[in-house]
Design a protein around this ligand. Structure first.
Ligand SMILES: [Zn+2]
Length: 291
């Protein structure tokens, strides 16, 4: 699932391409993507421009020139692919080996394409989603602010401060991993960066959140910021399949310490990394380093 660094990377890339471009047409290939919304209101976006792209956690908001907000949530398997005459820029869910083999990911639109925005001068933005959990929604400013309020503080934003983290953990019996994944409490973190943060902070993901000592929370706070910053610098972990023509294809995956490394040796202590289940999610842990 794309997490904060991946969504931030596609946001920054798209911003360079679509800002102030006129929307020529909207195509809805799968109505599930807009839920119970009326299709007609999306067709009325014709001739508007995108004047900003905002983000809250993993949710993207395209701000339109009529002050409405077009929200796109990639969820588990959503991907955004932007195509102009010479470049392809993509972010979100990577293609499976099967898709790569059949080249389906490289044909646009393809059977996973749900929603398309056509801009002037042959620029097109495709929203593809294999498992169809992602969604598109059109809201006004008031509704957007309400939605943003449902999310917890986000790393790298002003509201992510140590004392908030302490308050969030205090009295909570759930495993620390579950708390970090809960978007209402902290926004933007998913399975990859939670496992990596807990490893660097030397905390066992199964521990009750309330059992964390002051120094452990301080360390966790620091490493979350460090990892998220670093992952954004390397353009995230989950998408290296598409490279734009400028060759921007950094990848954080070679820097992962525990995620996806089950059965391999811990870089710090040579103990074997285990994959266990915590909060219903596959969780990577070095039981020697993490206590
Ligand atoms: Zn270790």
């Amino acid at each position: 699932m794309p997490e904060l660094p991946e969504v931030e990377t596609i946001r920054a890339d798209l911003k360079l391409e679509v800002l102030n471009k006129k929307i020529e047409k909207i195509k809805i290939l799968d109505e599930k993507v807009i839920g119970k919304d009326n299709k007609e209101k999306y067709y009325k976006l014709k001739d508007l421009k995108i004047i900003e792209i905002e983000r809250q956690g993993k949710l993207l908001a395209f701000v339109l020139s009529n002050n409405k907000y077009l929200l796109i949530h990639l969820k588990m398997t959503g991907q955004l692919v932007f195509k102009n005459n010479k470049d392809i820029i993509a972010g979100g869910h990577p293609f499976s080996d099967k898709d790569k083999k059949s080249a389906i990911g490289y044909i646009l639109p393809n059977k996973h394409t749900r929603f398309i925005i056509y801009f002037s001068s042959n620029k097109v933005l495709f929203f593809n989603d294999v498992r169809r959990f992602g969604y598109v929604s059109l809201v006004n400013k008031e509704q957007w602010l309400k939605i943003k309020n449902l999310y917890g503080p986000e790393p790298l934003k002003k509201d992510f401060i140590l004392v908030k983290l302490q308050n969030i953990f205090a009295g909570r019996k759930a495993p620390i991993k579950a708390i970090l994944l809960n978007q209402k409490l902290i926004s933007g973190l998913g399975n990859i960066y939670v496992d990596e943060s807990l490893f660097l902070a030397k905390i066992d993901p199964r521990r009750e959140a309330k059992s964390l000592k002051k120094e452990e929370i301080e360390e966790l706070f620091k490493v979350i910021l460090k990892i998220i910053k670093e992952a954004i610098k390397y353009r995230g972990t989950t998408f290296s399949d598409y490279v734009d023509s400028k060759g921007k294809a950094g990848n954080f995956s070679n820097r992962l310490k525990v995620f996806g490394r089950q059965g391999q040796k811990c870089f710090k202590c040579n103990n074997i990394i285990k994959k266990i289940k915590v909060a219903g999610r596959g969780t990577h842990v070095c039981e020697n380093c993490q206590k």
